[in-house]
Design a protein around this ligand. Structure first.
Ligand SMILES: Nc1nc2c(ncn2[C@@H]2O[C@H](COP(=O)(O)OP(=O)(O)OP(=O)(O)O)[C@@H](O)[C@H]2O)c(=O)[nH]1
Ligand SMILES: [Mg+2]
Length: 302
């Protein structure tokens, strides 16, 4: 029996469905998903097994034209993930077709031509008719020599097995990279912080989700098998603090409840979750915050 293992980087525009696909492949929620763009901030590794192959999916932040330090660090992390992978899968959205963003990703991809294996996955096929898909496949393949094109719906799991089987056959021969029962390569305290950030992002509007970060400050195992988790939510303005708390603390209470419930399901035990909000105007230029997010601060240099 020949074992195979490799890294598969998922790249694409923000909102393309990279995290949804990562979770679908892993069979568990290891990366947070929202309907908003720029949800994923760092490289998240999720592990899947297909036959004798271990596939390490590298979910990356969306690729877009960065403006701020955080944007630049996110985009650098995404391209870094692509460069380090055995196979890159570019995800695009079927109903949006070849957007300007997709064009610019393809322009950058040409630097990989001949050096990196790249496949195309047209996602969200549940949103379009099949003739659209054929035209889009032709158009994309005229722009870049993709090894294969897959048509998938990450959300509905359509076409996902075919993609997984192809990847399993194509990753290099070699020993597995992670223990058989490991599904993610991300510290638990970070997964926990991400869960809270997801619930906040779903509740908050406009720019606020992008100007906020969540850190797990303390994790205490209790004798009764439960754990106590303290998290800090950093915002940039006083006004934002009020919004995060909500009237009479309503917003933070419901966020805390939703996050705790998901954490309990993930960990399979009782969780006591305590959230606090801190106003830190400069956190977006604070090297320590980037380290906590798993990003390289210097990648954000203009
Ligand atoms: N209709 C449909 N929606 C999908 C599909 N896959 C993902 N979505 C939705 O698309 C939105 C974005 O999904 P994410 O997985 O967070 O996208 P992402 O590429 O990780 O986004 P960033 O982290 O911001 O770069 C969510 O609302 C998903 O539910 C799909 O196959 N069909
Ligand atoms: Mg994502």
């Amino acid at each position: 029996m020949t074992k195979r293992a490799g890294f598969v980087a998922l790249i694409g525009e923000p909102n393309a469905g990279k995290s949804t696909l990562t979770n679908r492949m892993v069979g568990a929620k290891v990366s947070i998903v929202t309907h908003k763009v720029q949800t994923t901030r760092a490289r998240i590794r999720g592990v899947a097994i297909e036959g004798d192959s271990q596939l390490v999916f590298v979910d990356t932040p969306g690729l877009f034209a960065p403006k701020r330090r955080l944007d630049r660090a996110m985009v650098a992390a995404a391209w870094g993930g692509a460069a380090d992978a055995d196979i890159v899968v570019l995800l695009i959205e079927a109903h949006r077709g070849v957007t300007e963003g997709v064009e610019s990703i393809i322009a950058s991809l040409t630097a990989f031509e001949g050096k990196q294996r790249v496949a195309l996955a047209i996602n969200k096929i549940d949103k379009v008719k099949s003739d659209v898909l054929l035209a889009l496949t032709e158009d994309m393949n005229a722009r870049y020599p993709f090894e294969q094109t897959f048509m998938i719906s990450a959300e509905r799991a359509h076409g996902v097995p075919a993609l997984r089987e192809w990847l399993a056959a194509e990753v290099p021969e070699g020993p597995w990279l992670y223990p058989e029962d490991q599904i993610a390569d991300l510290p638990m305290r970070m997964i926990a912080a991400e869960m809270t950030r997801e619930k906040l992002t779903l509740r908050l509007h406009q720019e606020l989700p992008y100007q906020m970060t969540v850190e797990t400050e303390n994790w205490e195992e209790r004798k009764d098998g439960s754990c106590k988790i303290d998290q800090m939510i950093y915002v940039v303005r006083d006004g934002h603090k009020g919004i995060v708390l909500g009237k009479g603390g309503e917003t933070i209470k419901s966020v805390s409840k939703a996050s705790r419930e998901e954490l309990e399901e993930f960990l399979g035990r009782k969780v006591h979750l305590f959230l606090k909000v801190k106003v830190r105007p400069g956190w977006l230029d604070d090297a320590e915050r980037y380290q906590e997010m798993g990003l390289n601060f210097k990648d954000g240099n203009a």
